[in-house]
Design a protein around this ligand. Structure first.
Ligand code: C5P
Length: 243
């Protein structure tokens, strides 16, 4: 299913490719994060793009505009489908990322990846947000950063489902909202792990998420494909009861 992106947060390229093989046709794409990329580099990205998989390179760039632009340019040349930066890096940084993606895609003869921004990590709650110096509410901060990303011309944001409805209302129907922190229902683990602002997959989609990102509830399951299929069937049920 298009909406389901599986986070390949595993210890090796071999394991990541095994999981991708098992989940191909069920997952709508694969997310490669900092652990796997640091260990295996661009080779693991290419191994997936060569199979026609959509790859979301989740390296959450956050640096001065020139550095982010160079990193985005390099990432784009790999033929990925989506990448992200931190919205808190500011408007000039996000604009530099967007411009670099367009220019690099044209130079490399690939499609421009979707460039999205992380608002507030789903592992944060009110207390950790205020420790970081933000005095307003979580909702206000997420919507402020989503609006900043939208204004900078980005394609969308990463946000928890708890803020999705508000972002959708503020930034419009075409804005991509990618939601991690999926727990409960068929996405069961022993608890929330390190996630704080969690929701079930059907709740995330009902709130307006364009994509959901699921890691441990699928990759740590004894049968990852069956776990992904259970999650999809929950979503399909949801769609059939919608008006
Ligand atoms: O295992 P789990 O389902 O919690 O995985 C969620 C994935 O989404 C992780 O790879 C995590 O790095 C990523 N992510 C997140 N919150 C964000 C952005 C990305 O959890 N705001």
């Amino acid at each position: 299913m298009d909406k389901l992106l599986v986070a390949l947060d595993v210890e090796s390229g071999v394991r990541a490719l095994e999981l991708a093989r098992a989940l191909r046709g069920v997952a709508g794409g694969f997310k490669i994060g900092s652990r796997l990329f640091t260990l295996e580099g661009p080779a693991v990205v290419r191994a997936l793009t060569e199979k026609g998989d959509r790859v979301f390179l989740d390296l959450k760039f956050h640096d001065i505009p020139n550095t982010v632009a160079s990193a985005v340019s390099a990432a784009t040349s790999l033929g990925i489908w989506m990448l992200n930066v931190h919205a808190s890096g500011g408007r000039p940084m996000m604009k530099a990322a967007m411009d670099a993606a367009g220019e690099s895609a044209a130079r490399s003869g690939v499609q421009r990846p979707l460039v999205i921004a992380v608002t507030v990590l789903t592992s944060m709650n009110g207390a950790t947000l205020s420790q970081s110096g933000v005095t307003g509410s979580m909702h206000d901060q997420v919507v402020r950063l989503a609006t900043l990303a939208h204004g900078a011309g980005l394609d969308g944001v990463v946000a928890s489902a708890q803020e999705t409805r508000l972002i959708r209302e503020t930034c419009g129907a075409d804005f991509q909202i990618v939601t991690p922190g999926i727990r409960g229902g068929s996405a069961a683990t022993s608890g929330k792990d390190d996630q704080e602002r969690t929701t079930t997959a059907p709740e995330a989609v009902a709130a307006g998420a364009s994509y959901i990102v699921v890691g441990r509830p699928i990759i740590a399951a004894s049968d990852p494909r069956a776990a992904a299929e259970r999650l999809i069937s929950e979503l399909t049920t949801l769609r059939t009861v919608e008006p």
